[in-house]
Design a protein around this ligand. Structure first.
Ligand code: AMP
Length: 396
């Protein structure tokens, strides 16, 4: 990594550090955090700064409040969790740039931690507003970006801010970037990528870029139906992104020319309705019933994909193979997690639903790496520059 790490900065004692974390954890209706991975992964940098006697000011977003104050997106539950995990009091400032905030900043002692309320309560954040970023930068002496999960977003507290304050890389950011840079530069082969989920538009460009880099791409989830439709199959009432069918055709051609295998499901769990109690049949791709909804990959596809994952020296997975939130349609997702967990090579899962699935099935310790970033890890694999990384100080 050619970026300066926060550990390279020698004068942390008494220094106000604005630490951009991604503490965007899922919180249920009762205010309970259902997966605290992002908080746990943020701890090493926070602890490092506390030990060095810095005054730590944490900035994060939570959910998509779209520039409005929405109590359900308050960082309060995250602050409570941090208190528990760090076993120390944490200051929580609800109003950015207020008199109260200025007073708290003046009275902070070395090693204190203050969390600022959800930065996305301010519309300037997602607009990458420079004036807002400058005001934010003025709060602190230096800036540290440890928010890998959101490093692909050009937002004020991620991108614009780096123009106004010396900017360093956090420990988690360094770890994540090193894993994905290695993956792009020199993967052990065969290199298999497994893609699922619902949003074809998020991942289709990735496929195009990956065709030059990988040996095999296995597709599942709703994504698969756009590709099967592109091959001319009837996919019933399955979720298809009509606007991407032509592009999917081009991709399939490109893959064939480059001799890269694109795996598509050969069978499916097909339901008559989209519901967690829906009855289903196992149907082959050739015999997809009229009006049926593909909810998960079928047993033959599981065997096929498992075999290819077993042979992989490197694999990256992003996106569930089916509607895994419904137990009866979670078999495909669970099988991919299991196959990867049993492979001792470089098995990597990227953020979001698939990483949460790996954790909930108890396979996380068996993985080479579970990333905190779905979109960010995809962006890195696509070879994109991350706005949250490019403008950080270079190593001296
Ligand atoms: P994404 O955010 O693109 O990774 O998509 C994740 C979502 O895809 C999950 O909520 C899944 O329920 C959904 N999904 C996966 N497979 C299917 C499918 N066959 N039909 C509809 N939704 C699906």
């Amino acid at each position: 990594m050619n970026k300066a790490s926060i550990t390279d900065y020698k004068y942390l004692e008494g220094t106000k550090v604005l630490l951009r974390d991604d503490l965007n954890v899922p919180i249920n209706k009762n205010g309970v955090i259902s997966d605290d991975k992002k908080i746990i992964e943020a701890l090493p940098t926070i602890k490092f700064l506390i030990e060095k006697g810095a005054k730590v000011i944490i900035v994060s977003h939570l959910g998509r409040p779209k520039g409005k104050v929405m109590p359900e997106y308050s960082l309060q539950p995250v602050v409570e969790k941090l208190k528990e995990l760090l076993d120390m009091p944490i200051l929580f400032e609800k109003e950015l740039f207020s008199e109260h905030m200025q007073k708290m900043l003046r009275t902070m002692k070395n090693g204190d931690v203050m969390v600022l309320e959800n930065i996305r309560f301010y519309e300037e954040e997602e607009q990458n507003d420079e004036e807002f970023a400058k005001k934010l930068a003025d709060i602190a002496d230096i800036y540290c970006n440890d928010a890998f999960g959101t490093a692909h977003r050009a937002h004020a507290s991620i991108a614009a801010i780096t123009k106004f304050i010396p900017s360093y890389c956090g420990l988690l950011m360094t770890k994540e970037v090193e894993v994905f840079s290695g993956l792009i530069e020199n993967p052990n082969r065969p290199f298999v990528v497994i893609l699922g989920g619902a949003k074809v538009s998020d991942k289709i460009k990735l496929i195009s870029n990956l065709i030059d880099k990988v040996d095999c791409i296995l597709i599942g989830g709703a994504m698969a139906y756009t590709f099967l439709a592109a091959q001319g199959y009837n996919v019933g009432a399955s979720k298809v992104d009509e606007s991407k069918i032509e592009y999917a055709k081009l991709l399939l051609e490109k893959a064939e020319n480059k001799k890269v295998k694109i795996g598509l499901p050969v069978d499916h769990l097909v339901a008559k309705e989209f519901s967690f109690l829906a009855e289903y049949d196992v149907c082959s791709t050739e015999r997809f019933p009229e009006g049926g909804i593909g909810m998960d990959i079928g047993p033959k596809t599981i065997r096929l994909y498992t075999k290819l994952i077993n042979q992989a020296k490197t694999a990256y997975w992003n996106g569930p193979m089916g509607v895994f939130e419904y137990k009866r349609f979670s078999k495909g997702t669970r099988a991919i997690a299991k196959a990867m967990a049993q492979n001792p090579n470089q098995m990597i899962v990227g953020g979001g639903d698939s990483a949460a699935a790996v954790r909930s099935y108890g396979y996380e310790p068996d993985f080479y790496f579970v990333s905190t970033g779905g979109g960010a890890s995809l962006a890195m694999l696509e070879g994109e520059e991350l706005p949250g990384l490019v403008n950080l100080k270079d190593k001296e």
